[in-house]
Write a protein that binds this ligand. Structure first.
Ligand code: ADP
Ligand code: MG
Length: 242
């Protein structure tokens, strides 16, 4: 069975039908880029995948467990799904190290010593171990986003969801964040990336998912999809963004 099984998922915000029967399977180790116009439902889909939003029909099965937005479920889910957002959302009153240690201590009940080891390990992975005792406002946007990735990784997630995590960064800081994702991909981490970085999607992603009007409109191996889109909607999207 796939690591993530999304089966005919429908999501409404009141009367607004946002996800209209989304079907998607993601294998362990896959790097999936989700692309599509603003408003096509990309963020909503990620939020449903980690239980931040309820969906009304269909099912999302992650690591053989159904994702629901039930509170206990969300806590359990926090262990298998990591998420990084466009805005880094680091706690400003906590140091970098404390930001990364927080969830392992609170949710996984790790000892201070174990949490510290885990945090150092993950900060080393994103190249920021030396910032352990700094406060986030002393870091560049790119560094803050790398800390946010380390914080998500500290929970040892089965899959990491990233929602436009380079969109708020100055152009010269985008590369360092993409490099971290590339390294995670090379290590076999399962990644689901909503991204505007088409070159990254094409070169690093195994597969592209094009969302349009609340559906998976087209999906396939990255190189193929970009070279040879089969729907006019994807063709026009690619022409508009490349
Ligand atoms: P994308 O990430 O692809 O830009 P979103 O998933 O953010 O798209 O939004 C899909 C649709 O759902 C849009 O029409 C958006 O306005 C609407 N929407 C998103 N979040 C909410 C919300 N919390 N309440 C009501 N409507 C929302
Ligand atoms: Mg979005």
């Amino acid at each position: 069975m796939a690591l993530v099984n999304i089966d005919k998922v429908h999501k409404y915000y009141g009367d607004l039908h946002v996800l209209k029967g989304v079907d998607l399977k993601i294998q362990a180790g896959e790097v999936v880029s989700i692309i599509g116009r603003s408003g096509s439902g990309k963020s909503t889909l990620l939020r449903c995948m980690n239980g931040l939003e309820a969906y009304q029909e269909g099912a999302i099965i992650l690591d053989n467990k159904e994702v629901s937005s039930d509170e206990r479920q969300v806590r359990a889910l926090a262990r298998s799904v990591g998420m990084v957002f466009q805005s880094f959302n680091l706690f400003p009153h906590l140091t970098v190290g404390e930001n990364v240690m927080l969830a392992p201590k609170l949710v996984l009940k790790q000892s201070a010593e174990d949490a510290r080891k885990m945090a150092l390990d993950k900060l080393t992975k994103v190249g920021l171990a030396e910032k352990f005792d700094q406060y986030p406002d002393k870091l560049s946007g790119g560094q803050q986003q790398r800390v946010a990735i380390a914080r998500a990784l500290a929970m040892s997630p089965k899959v990491l969801l990233c929602d436009e995590i380079t969109s708020a960064l100055d152009p010269e800081l985008v590369g360092e964040v993409l490099k971290v994702l590339e390294e995670l991909a090379a290590e076999g981490m399962t990644l689901v990336l909503v991204t505007h970085e088409m070159n990254f999607a094409r070169d690093v992603g195994d597969r592209v998912v094009f969302m349009h009007q609340g559906k998976v409109w087209e999906t396939g191996p990255s190189a193929e999809v970009f070279a040879n889109p089969s729907t006019p909607e994807l063709r026009s999207f690619i022409n508009a963004v490349l």
